[in-house]
Design a protein around this ligand. Structure first.
Ligand SMILES: Nc1ncnc2c1ncn2[C@@H]1O[C@H](COP(=O)(O)OP(=O)(O)OP(=O)(O)O)[C@@H](O)[C@H]1O
Ligand SMILES: [Mg+2]
Length: 475
């Protein structure tokens, strides 16, 4: 049996009876058309059953009746598409109607085909919105259990900042090195809606906004606005309506897009490409950056007024090396996350000590990768220092007393020259271990190191570079 989709429902609210007849006979096959001749009648009909669209006459009464009807209609059915229908070219009236939540405007005297097109556009928009809401719901369920792990003072402060910021709609700027959890914080800022779902969250990677399609991606476009624009499509701003728009790596936003962004954020309204009708939206801007935008403002690569607009509430995420007390909780957390049926990892105290001393340039993402590595590589769930990747075992231990007393740190077996049968490779291993330990002991001070070890500074510098030691920062 073929089940046919019901026809889209259109309620026409207009006192002109001939209009109802004309629309019914021309479009009745494609739309389920109902008639109301006054706002009161329309309200009664909507209370009885929903409609996908209402074509609302703006010339009823003195024109104000149409306007006052909009909130009334939306209160009965918030997802109805209201199309304003007016004979006058009073754009102020139309603009006010849009502000109140109308979806579109069609001028009286247009052909029936134009009405058909207008109805089609409204239905398409409604479907799209439904699909976006559905995928947002799925996403919001999958990230519902997100939490900020850590008991350090800084993480506790950030938790309090998130709770306060969640109650406001002001823009938030989240700053922190790569992998410190900026996106986690952004997602935790979402409010729970009355239906128990989290509000929409649309993430935009500012680095991908480079191309020529950036504008259409952000602001959307109307059918026929450019070659290939086959369907009217909302942009990311519209998708974030009622929720948050998250700009990742804000510092990478091209200057030419910044002006347009500022306008949209300031006015809370967007103009699709090819449309002359601005759409009023309600979204919150959250932005993240791992660069000092301040500096970019001074050298002219970031617009000052956009920065001022976004930098209202600030959340600063400290790097992991400044909060080693969070490491054990995070290891436990990621051991659960990455276990996939394996017994949870246990970290011996000396292993934990080495991990806590490591500077984690990739922050929490790097720590999460470490746990993944350990599940794959270590043979027992008890993680010993030997199971850690070499970079962890290269950390300085207690200050090295003197040249003659240099010891190889426990667990540095693959750096141990004695374990290497090839003479030249053994020398290399020794050099690398020796230089690393002194480099860290002297807090990366190459001049002092050259002096103490009796080496030529530029020769030492080249050696450090060739072993990649200069990248390891002393703690
Ligand atoms: N406090 C935390 N508790 C639990 N997981 C965290 C925490 N902070 C970060 N993570 C995890 O670390 C990883 C990196 O976090 P996220 O993507 O939020 O970082 P980011 O600062 O946005 O990084 P980037 O600058 O590279 O975009 C993710 O897997 C995230 O779930
Ligand atoms: Mg990120």
């Amino acid at each position: 049996m073929i089940v046919k989709n019901p026809l889209p429902k259109v309620l026409i609210c207009d006192d002109d009876r001939t209009l109802h007849l004309a629309v019914k006979s021309a479009l009745g096959k494609d739309f389920d058309i109902r008639s109301a001749y006054t706002v009161e009648e329309a309200v009664l009909l909507l209370r009885k059953s929903n409609s996908d669209i209402i074509l609302l006459d703006m010339d009823l009464g003195n024109g104000r009746d149409g306007l006052t009807a909009i909130p009334l209609i939306l209160e009965i059915q918030s997802d109805i598409r209201i199309i304003l229908f007016s004979g006058s070219t009073d754009f102020e009236l139309v603009r006010n109607g849009m502000k109140l939540g109308a979806f579109d405007y069609i001028q009286k005297g247009c052909g029936l085909e134009e009405l058909r097109h207008g109805f089609g556009k409204a239905i398409e928009h409604r479907e799209l919105k439904k699909r976006t809401a559905q995928s947002q719901r799925e996403l919001s369920q999958s990230t519902r259990h997100l939490s900020l792990i850590g008991k350090s003072k800084s993480i506790e402060r950030i938790r309090r900042q998130i709770d306060r910021a969640r109650t406001s709609r002001a823009p938030v700027l989240i700053q922190g090195e790569t992998g410190t959890g900026k996106e986690v914080v952004a997602r935790l800022l979402r409010k729970t809606l009355p239906d128990g779902m989290l509000e929409p969250f649309v993430a935009v990677d500012s680095s991908t906004i480079q191309s020529s399609v950036a504008e259409s991606m952000l602001f959307g476009f109307e059918k026929g606005a450019f070659t290939g624009a086959e369907k009217s499509t909302p942009g990311l701003f519209e998708e974030a309506d009622g929720g948050a728009l998250y700009f990742d790596e804000l510092g990478n936003m091209p200057l030419e897009i910044q002006n347009k962004l500022l306008r949209a954020i300031q006015e809370k309204e967007v103009l699709r490409i090819g449309s002359s009708r601005p759409r009023q939206l309600d979204f919150r801007v959250i932005a993240a950056t791992n660069r000092e935008i301040n500096g970019m403002v001074s050298n002219g690569t970031f617009k000052d007024d956009l920065y001022q607009r976004i930098n209202v509430l600030q959340i600063d995420l400290p790097p992991l090396r400044e909060r080693p007390e969070d490491i054990s909780d995070l290891l436990e957390h990621f051991s659960r996350v990455h276990a996939e049926g394996q017994p949870p990892l246990r970290f011996l105290p000396e292993t934990l000590e080495l991990i806590e001393k490591y500077p984690f340039p990739g922050n929490i993402r790097e720590l999460s990768n470490l746990v993944l590595y350990l599940y794959t590589m270590s043979e027992s769930p008890d993680v010993s220092p030997l199971d850690l990747p070499p970079k962890f075992r290269m950390q300085a231990t207690a200050p090295v007393p003197g040249k003659s007393q240099i010891r190889v740190t426990p667990g540095m077996s693959d750096q141990d020259p004695l374990s290497e049968p090839d003479f030249y490779r053994a020398v290399e291993k020794f050099e690398k271990t020796y230089l690393t330990l002194h480099y860290q002991r002297l807090n990366s001070n190459v001049s002092k190191m050259a002096q103490e070890l009796g080496m030529d500074r530029s020769y030492l510098h080249n050696k450090l570079k060739s072993y990649g030691i200069h990248q390891i920062k002393g703690r």
